[in-house]
Ligand binder design. Structure first.
Ligand SMILES: [Fe+2]
Ligand SMILES: [Fe+2]
Length: 452
């Protein structure tokens, strides 16, 4: 097995990275809290495949430079991956600008080890897969049986089922935490789906004060995927999912408030690997809040309502945009022959479904369900309007205009036509043509003042 050292003292993040590296690229990870610990280990075991650390390590006495010096002195050619640093800032290291870019980390590691996705799929894994006990803490219900291991003899182990699939995890875990147990086991077949669930723990990171806007964009895009997956499975909003959603919505709001223009926001969105569902939602949130700020009856409360609505409005389309990543807008699905009839029905009904869903959301802002239901101009949330009428709520109209512009911006980008994006007037002709009613006109006028 390949071996890497991870230098970090953020316990939750450590466990998550460790388990991802082990499950996806077969790397066993030793965690060291500081540079001294890592160097002491390498004095004993100099041949590791990689050293992974966070940029914060350098804040203490230029530890990363010291590490490079140590490797040089010992003539060790060990790749060093620094998380959170732009490329090129620290010579001879592999930098990943975003600390939460787990996919990027796995890709770098696979490259170092020269392994392919096929290699990984064919790799045999033992029947039981170890998971650090702390990772179970973020899970309410177990998605698989959880086992405790005891030693029955030299290198012989017995596994006891302690928590069954679907059972509550919290209380049952305490006993083992009290005993100082560090690792529990699950059936290896469930390892990847289990890890996807625990990705929720990084959302706790959203409460940190030292994360950059780019990192917020990455975390919230992962957050939206988690929420969509959960909803797809259970069609209801649990307290856990409500909390993750709330953290994401607030985080997106803080990103758009700080973004001076659409151009600036686009730069961040383009770095993110998220799909159309995520990108157009964030862009539309920026535009809709900008319109509300410039409209006489606009208020902060409405901005919050619209941000909430836009996070959920296409949540049922998230899995479809993942499945068909080349789809460039929502109506595209309906015209494709590779999209099944069943999937097309979801597309036609996604506004209604999402509106119905958020009604079950604890602390759903008043009227947000209606705004979501009407976001394609249909009062019942089924289908896409051709003629936009006056029979829907004013905030729905704002969302419709904001989404229309967001889709246009992303299409212009895709077509390599980035130059005209910042020209507000270049959107007007089409908007006026499409939304003729005078109530829409006021919204279109307000958009002219939004910084692009
Ligand atoms: Fe949408
Ligand atoms: Fe939609």
């Amino acid at each position: 097995m390949s071996h890497a050292i991870l230098i970090s003292n953020n316990e939750v993040v450590n466990n998550l990275y460790e388990v991802n590296l082990r499950a996806y690229v077969g790397v066993s990870v030793t965690i060291k809290k500081n540079l001294a610990g890592a160097i002491a280990l390498m004095e004993q075991v100099p041949h590791v495949d990689a050293i992974i650390c966070f940029k914060e390590l350098n804040e203490k006495e230029s530890a990363i430079e010291k590490l490079m010096g140590f490797l040089d002195e010992k003539s060790l050619r060990v790749p060093v991956i620094v998380l959170g640093e732009p490329a090129g800032k620290l010579p001879k290291t592999i930098s990943l600008r975003n600390r939460y870019d787990i996919k990027g980390l796995l890709q770098s590691m696979a490259k170092i080890l020269q392994i392919t996705a096929k290699d990984m799929a064919e790799k045999s894994v033992p029947k039981y897969f170890p998971i650090p006990i702390k990772l179970f803490a973020s899970i309410e219900q177990s998605i698989c049986d959880i086992y405790y291991r005891t030693e029955a003899g030299d290198f012989e182990y017995e596994y006891f089922k302690i928590i069954e699939t679907g059972k509550e995890v919290g209380n049952s875990l305490q006993k083992y935490l009290d005993e100082g147990v560090e690792t529990l086991y699950i059936d290896a077949n469930y390892r990847l789906s289990f890890i996807n669930k625990t990705s929720g723990v990084i959302l706790k990171e959203l409460t940190r004060t030292d994360i950059s806007a780019e990192e917020r964009v990455e975390l919230t895009s992962q957050g939206m995927s988690i929420v969509a997956e959960e909803i797809f499975e259970s069609d209801e909003v649990t307290e856990e999912i409500a909390q993750i959603s709330q953290a994401c919505i607030e985080s997106i709001q803080s990103v758009i408030q700080e973004a001076p223009s659409v151009k600036n926001l686009l730069k961040m969105l383009l770095e993110n690997k998220g799909d159309f569902a995520y990108k157009h939602s964030v862009l539309a949130t920026y535009l809709a809040c900008g319109i509300i700020k410039n409209i006489s009856w606009g208020s902060q409360e409405q901005q919050n309502k619209v941000s909430f609505a836009l996070f959920f409005h296409d949540i049922y389309l998230v899995p479809l945009f993942k499945k068909y990543p080349d789809c460039a807008n929502e109506e595209d699905f309906l015209f494709r022959s590779d999209v099944s009839e069943e999937e097309k029905t979801i597309v036609l009904e996604h506004a209604m479904l999402a509106g119905r869903l958020v009604k079950t959301f604890p602390r759903c802002p008043m009227g947000a369900d209606m705004i979501i239901t009407q976001h394609h101009g249909m009062t019942n949330g089924q289908g896409f309007a051709v003629n936009y009428k006056d029979d829907i709520s004013p905030l729905s109209k704002i969302i419709i205009i904001a989404e229309d512009i967001a889709t246009d911006i992303l299409a212009r980008l895709k077509a390599g036509d980035a130059k005209k994006i910042a020209d507000n007037d270049s959107y007007l002709e089409r908007l006026r043509e499409r939304y003729k009613n005078h109530t829409y006109k006021k919204i279109i006028e307000a958009f002219r003042e939004v910084a692009l």
